[in-house]
Each structure stands twice: as C-alpha cells, then as structure tokens.
Design a protein around this ligand. Structure first.
Ligand SMILES: Cc1cc2nc3c(=O)[nH]c(=O)nc-3n(C[C@H](O)[C@H](O)[C@H](O)COP(=O)(O)O)c2cc1C
Length: 231
C-alpha cells in the first residue's frame, strides 16, 4: 500500500514537473518570438531609413522647395512694333501668361518716311537686304533665365523685320522654346517665322506661329496661347 502511494506521488510529481517545464519552454519561446518581432520591426525601420536615404541620394538630396523653383518655367514676351499694332497683343500675352515683357527698340527710330513701303525707303531697303541687322537699343540682361520666348513682330514684305534677326542673333536661345506671332495689313505669317529658324541654334524648339489683325481682342490672344502652349 505504501509502495502504491509512493508510486502515485512520484507520478503526480513527474506530471507537475513536466507541466512546469512546458510553461518554461513556452515562456522561453514567447520571449524569443517577442524578441524576433522587435528585431523585425527594428529591421523594417532601418530599411525604411536606408530606403529614404537612398531615395534622397538618388534624387540628389534636392529639397522640395528648390525642386519646385527649378521646375518653374519663365516666359518672356519680346516684340517689335513700329506703328503700335503689335504692341497691345504683346501686352495681352504678357498679362495672360504673367510673363516679363521686352520691347525691341531700334537704336535709330524709324521715321514715317522710313516706314512708307514701296518707296525704297529705309524699311524697304532693309527688307531687300538679308544681311541687314538694324541695331537694337538696350538688351535683355537675364535671357538665360527664360525657357520660353513669345516673339511678336509686324510683317514687312512678307517677312519679319530685319531687327528681329538682330534680336535672335544677339542671344543664345539653345534649348529654349520660341513662339512667334505677327500682325499685318493682310498677309499671313507665311514663311516669316520659318525663315528665322536658321538664325538660332538647332536645339531651339519653334512652335507654330500665328498672324493677328489690328485690334485683335485679348481673349483671342488667350485662346491661341492656350492652344499653342498646351498642344
Ligand atoms: C515696310 C513695311 C512693309 C509691310 N509689308 C506688309 C506686307 O507684306 N503684308 C502686309 O499685310 N502688311 C505689310 N505691312 C503692314 C504691317 O505689317 C502692318 O501694318 C502691321 O500690323 C504693323 O505692325 P506695327 O504697328 O506693330 O509695326 C508693311 C508695313 C511696312 C512698314
């Protein structure tokens, strides 16, 4: 009987010890898995940081504000207007695009006699001479800042006045976009803009130009700009 009680007690003791062992094992296991989770979290955080660092390194670490400034497009409206017809259209363009404006002013102003066409006056003579380069008074000091130039001029004998050639040869327009427009009595823009391409670097992007009649409304200019720039 004593032996059976002893055997029973030993059995109970063994059972209890096995149970404790299990708990210890489970406790140990739990603690290992908790540790693994913490390590995993730390590792994710670390990866996140290194991914962020990597992406900053790839993007050249340029702060967002600076990137926005670099991406900002700056437009200049440059125009020549001998008798004031082209000028208001250039002003409309500058207002609509919130652009800077520059008037191409001849060093020697054109007199009425100079502009009387088919009289072999000054303007006629210049247009008959492809190498004529009437001097411009003043200049654009910060041309390198502009990405896009809207270029306005009157049609003189089917072409842009030679002073436009002077203007185009005075600056490096490489990589810039030029958008020409003109006014005239009745002629279209014709080949006047195409004939200016050769005066600039091949890397200039010329967009299609348009002719406007005298007294064109601001809205018409706005519609054209929207079309030509968005297109
Ligand atoms: C020398 C000269 C030549 C011109 N040749 C033409 C021409 O070939 N076709 C035309 O329709 N208008 C011609 N015109 C008229 C102008 O293109 C038109 O009046 C223009 O709108 C004037 O612009 P502005 O006032 O801005 O100078 C000519 C004007 C001048 C002074």
């Amino acid at each position: 009987m004593k032996k059976s009680i002893c055997e029973l007690l030993s059995f109970v003791l063994l059972f209890v010890m096995a149970g404790c062992g299990n708990i210890a094992a489970e406790g140990g296991h739990e603690s290992v898995s908790e540790q693994t989770e913490v390590q995993a979290e730390q590792s994710i955080d670390h990866n996140k940081v290194s991914a962020e660092t990597e992406s900053r390194e790839l993007s050249g670490s340029v702060p967002e504000q600076e990137q926005e400034t670099n991406m900002e497009q700056k437009t200049l409206v440059a125009y020549f207007s001998a008798t004031g017809t082209t000028e208001p259209l250039a002003e409309y363009a500058a207002e609509i695009l919130d652009a800077d404006i520059y008037e191409i002013v001849p060093e020697v102003p054109y007199t009425e006699a100079d502009l009387a066409y088919y009289t072999n006056g000054r303007a006629d003579q210049e247009q008959n001479d492809p190498s004529a380069r009437p001097a411009i008074a003043g200049n654009v000091e910060n041309m390198e800042e502009y990405d896009t130039i809207i270029l306005g001029y009157p049609i003189w004998h089917g072409q842009a006045p030679r002073i436009i050639s002077t203007f185009l040869e005075s600056y490096d327009f490489s990589g810039k976009t030029i958008i020409p427009f003109c006014t005239s009595h009745s002629s279209g823009i014709g080949s006047s803009a195409d004939n200016l391409h050769g005066l600039c670097s091949d890397s200039v992007k010329w967009l299609e130009g348009r002719r406007f009649e005298a007294g064109t409304a601001k809205e018409t200019m706005g519609n054209w700009l929207e079309n030509v720039i968005v297109k």
